[in-house]
Ligand binder design. Structure first.
Ligand code: ATP
Length: 635
């Protein structure tokens, strides 16, 4: 997509944001309706009938509260992630407006929410909130980006493709981490950019490792760096790498949203640990004592004056304490070489701070408006991601159709091509035969499996039984002609395939019988209804069953993939977004088992090539080989 002027670009983005806001509001209204009609949890954005299961104090006087179902039932499938803004409300009180909080942890049977206040009541609902605040911040950043001058304007115009990006000759670099040659080349390339550069990191190629090295080198040369990512999880992954070589990294953000092991690097904890904070705490204590004194009834001459004097003194003390705290916060921030945050920046906290370099990891998960807050803070920009995996989630189908799903990184690669990006090529995850198809389809056949993973197999894992014949790395089971058809979930829109689900149960059992741990297995289905069905059939501790989106950025030793679609019309729905299948296949380290209907899938050229690939690899099977496949009752 190309824009003639910055104004046209920003006009378009504002329109898409408005459409997205409308879609979000619509979704909330549908959720309210579903709540009344009986199955509120179907949307995945609400959990109901929750009790208080546990609690502990959190930072800054917050409460960390575990909500769970009665008798610790497993929670249904839901989209409330760590960092999601939520509202906790009393179910028995229809007038309760609820308390705002943030999801701070989640497990199969509980959801932990960080709340400022203690929730009153016995039965609770937790609802995902629309992220209005983020949208407003993006709009405000875009309004500022329209009016830029000087160097900032030149970077903006280059990011819009209106001017050529500039590169210096690659510098000589002494690397801190052990990198492979394409990673080293990518670091030199990123450091040579005068405006922006892109690191394209296919699955398992060490994109975050490489981006961290770019940050180390910049810091070494005296730069201040802003390191961002679209989600809290991605920021924490980056932070985990950054702290290895850069001691002065500070993570800005609600501590409840930060991995527990990394909380020592949060601004809140660093400020709390600052020696001057003892004085601030003392001032608060003194102010409280004065308030108590003022509230005590006292009689006699001058009592009223004494009381109001105490109030005034307490107020002044509190103001001074807050000012001092703000100063400490700013001092701590200034001491950092690297500030780490999500793309939704806290503008008030950062003030007019600027950075020599801004890096954005998982940049293909960010929409265009999400870029601008961070972009306005820096002189140079490095984006890292993989546009051959899933794009950002967009609720408004119209906006998505018009192009809102295209991330800025994807747009820049598509429009400017080879000069602006470097691809990493050595991957450290997949057996070579798992990698090959994805490499040929999405990465120009460029990927190479590192020796450490090239031929690794399940049988090499500790605890997995060695058999005469090792379990194969790949298998595709074809259901064509067996009548294993898809169906609509009762009362729902989502699709499922009970016969495929039955087959998946058998595969999980086989893996476990061979000694593979449930936590080493991923069961992936493109449709929520199939995920729900499988979760009800496989209540196994540690086994993860999720949609493709739920597994992006993760890996497992073995992946079982059910394609679900099987119909006479050859409809494949959103499997037509082939990047979804790229993500699903490339989560696997040592084994892939897939099941699908070649008669339905094979009409699409991508799936037809996938089937050929499995066939050529000697990994094609058909369910007719199974006892009683015709009318075979596995469900
Ligand atoms: N040069 C290297 N030598 C050895 N191992 C490496 C190298 N680079 C990366 N790795 C390993 O590869 C794995 C993936 O690295 P990293 O998390 O940086 O990748 P990523 O590309 O960001 O991952 P994802 O595909 O999940 O986005 C890690 O276990 C990392 O230690």
């Amino acid at each position: 997509m190309a824009w003639e002027t910055p104004d046209k670009y920003f006009d378009q983005l504002e329109r898409w944001l408005e459409m997205e806001g409308e879609a979000e509001r619509q979704r909330m209204a549908e959720r309210r309706l579903a709540k009344r009609s009986g199955d509120p949890e179907r949307s995945g954005e609400t959990l109901v009938n929750l009790r208080l299961a546990d609690d502990r104090p959190g930072l800054g006087g917050r409460h960390l509260i575990d909500f769970a179902k009665p008798a610790s039932e497993r929670l249904p499938m839901h989209r409330l992630k760590v960092g999601s803004p939520v509202v906790v409300s009393q179910e028995d009180n229809p007038h309760d407006k609820g308390l705002s909080g943030v999801v701070s942890a989640r497990g199969s049977t509980f959801l932990q929410v960080a709340l400022e206040e203690w929730p009153q009541g016995k039965r609770f609902a937790v609802d995902l909130c629309p992220d209005e605040k983020t949208r407003l911040r993006q709009l405000s950043a875009m309004a500022r980006a329209r009016l830029l001058h000087g160097g900032q304007r030149s970077l903006r115009d280059r990011l819009l493709g209106l001017r050529e990006p500039r590169f210096d000759p690659p510098p000589a670099v002494q690397f801190l981490a052990r990198l492979n040659p394409p990673q080293e080349e990518a670091v030199r390339f990123a450091l040579s950019a005068r405006d922006f550069a892109i690191l394209h990191g296919p699955p398992g190629t060490g994109k975050t490792t490489t981006l961290s090295e770019v940050v180390f080198q910049a810091v070494r040369a005296g730069a201040k760096v802003l390191a961002c990512a679209p989600s809290n999880t991605a920021v924490d992954n980056l932070l985990e790498r950054l702290v290895e070589h850069t001691p002065t990294v500070i993570r800005v953000g609600h501590p409840a949203r930060v991995f527990e092991a990394l909380r020592g690097h949060t601004l809140d904890e660093l400020v709390e640990g600052d020696p001057s904070m003892a004085i601030v705490r003392g001032m608060h204590r003194e102010a409280e004592a004065l308030m108590r004194k003022a509230q005590k009834p006292s009689r006699g001459r001058g009592a009223y004056n004494r009381g109001s004097g105490h109030y005034a003194e307490a107020r002044t003390l509190r103001q001074q304490a807050r000012m001092m705290e703000r100063r400490i916060v700013q001092q701590v921030l200034s001491s950092a070489d690297v500030v780490c945050t999500t793309l939704t920046l806290d503008e008030e906290l950062l003030g007019d701070r600027r950075f020599d370099l801004v890096v954005i990891d998982e940049a293909c998960q960010a929409t265009e408006p999400a870029l601008w807050q961070a972009m306005l803070r820096g002189d140079r920009l490095v984006l890292a991601g993989d546009h051959c995996q899933l794009p950002p989630t967009i609720l408004s189908l119209d906006a998505a159709r018009e192009g809102f799903r295209v991330s800025p990184m994807e747009r820049l690669i598509e429009s400017l091509g080879a000069p602006v990006f470097q691809r990493l090529r050595v991957q450290y995850r997949m057996h070579e035969s798992i990698m090959r198809f994805s490499s040929d389809q999405f990465y120009d056949g460029d990927l190479v499996a590192d020796l450490s993973v090239k031929s690794h197999r399940l049988a090499d894992l500790p605890g997995v039984k060695r058999a005469d014949q090792d379990p194969p790395v790949l298998e595709f089971w074809d259901t064509a002609g067996a009548g294993w058809e898809e169906e609509l979930e009762p009362d729902g829109e989502s699709k499922r395939n009970p016969r495929e689900a039955g087959w998946v149960v058998g595969q999980v059992e086989q893996f476990m019988a061979a000694g593979v741990e449930p936590s080493q297995i991923a069961v992936i289905a493109p449709y929520a209804a199939q995920v729900r069905l499988l979760r009800s059939r496989l209540p196994i501790e540690g086994l993860e069953i999720d949609t493709v989106d739920g597994f992006q950025g993760r890996e497992k030793e073995a992946v079982i993939l059910t394609f679900v679609r099987s119909n006479a019309e050859g409809e494949i729905g959103f499997l037509g977004e082939v990047r979804r299948t790229n993500v699903a296949l490339t989560r696997a380290r040592r084994a892939v088992r897939a099941i699908g209907d070649s008669a339905t899938l094979g009409r699409h050229p991508f799936y037809s090539q996938l089937l050929d690939y499995f066939q050529e690899a000697g990994a094609y099977r058909t369910v007719w080989e199974l006892d009683g496949a015709d009318g075979f009752d596995v469900s």
